[in-house]
Design a protein around this ligand. Structure first.
Ligand code: 13P
Length: 250
């Protein structure tokens, strides 16, 4: 039985005050979340605040990106060792916003996966097709290529050191969620694809769904056999909505 994971990707949102209020709310309700793991991924500058407020609670945290470099003259970048310094368990790699707005390609994302893993962080590898790719019926090819880049670099067993998040680009921030059947179909394809290389890795690896998951649609999505949790954007910024999703995960 795979444990479910619900991770909030706060993206570039929040202030010291709003984050304190959000975390206070999450901490108050987290006792009702029975078995799912709960994580939040704030912007880098708030990691110290989040660490201070969540240490000693069941909620874990991570970052939204990392550098491929260890240290040195890389202005504006943040190294894996720095994320460890602030107690991060997870780091998101290859989010579609990084791919589309900042030119991150499969090779760079795979390198980020490698660097995170080598540092003992759990990479949350985001994959997913654009609307155009879905309409061209090449969703499976796209996600297979995106995962393949990591498998080619690190080997299939490396996938169990991280988490996969299937986030159809057309569902992110649009309010247009994939139906539970649409999501399950792709999750099942991803798992089968991994099983062709290693059945036990496929059985173990957590595959999260992301893209307009919210308090109203979470339980139907999470009931699908290959959906092992969620990567939540907008709905992770409100404690009550986020907790509703976490409770739906078990
Ligand atoms: P939304 O939940 O706002 O659609 O964002 C999903 C996402 O991109 C999480 O990484």
């Amino acid at each position: 039985m795979r444990q479910k994971l619900v991770a909030g990707n706060w993206k570039m949102n929040g202030s010291k005050a709003s984050i304190k209020e959000l975390l206070d709310g999450i901490k108050k309700g987290i006792g009702d979340v029975v078995s799912a793991e709960v994580a939040v991924c704030p912007p880098f500058v708030y990691l110290a605040d989040v660490e201070a407020q969540l240490t000693g609670t069941p909620v874990v945290w991570g970052a939204q990106n990392l550098s491929t470099e260890e240290k040195g003259a890389f202005t504006g970048e943040v190294a894996a060792s720095m994320l460890n310094d602030f107690g991060c368990k997870y780091v998101i790699v290859g989010h579609s916003e990084r791919r589309s707005l900042y030119g991150e390609d499969d090779a760079l994302v795979a390198t980020k996966f490698r660097v995170a893993r080598a540092a003992g962080l759990k990479p949350i590898l985001c994959i997913g097709e654009s609307l155009d790719e879905r309409e061209k019926s090449i969703t499976n090819e796209v996600v297979a290529r995106q995962i393949g880049a990591v498998i080619d670099l690190e080997g299939v067993s490396a996938l169990t050191d991280g988490v996969i998040a299937y986030e159809p680009v057309w569902a992110i921030g649009t309010g247009k969620t994939a139906t539970p059947e649409q999501a399950q179909e792709v999750h099942q394809f991803i798992r089968q694809r991994i099983a062709e290389k290693d059945a036990s890795v496929a059985e173990k690896v957590q595959i999260l769904y992301g893209g307009s998951m919210n308090a109203a649609n979470a339980s139907d999505l999470l009931a699908q056999s290959d959906i092992d949790g969620g990567l939540i954007g907008g709905a992770s910024l409100k404690a009550e909505d986020f907790l509703t999703i976490c409770r739906a995960a078990g």
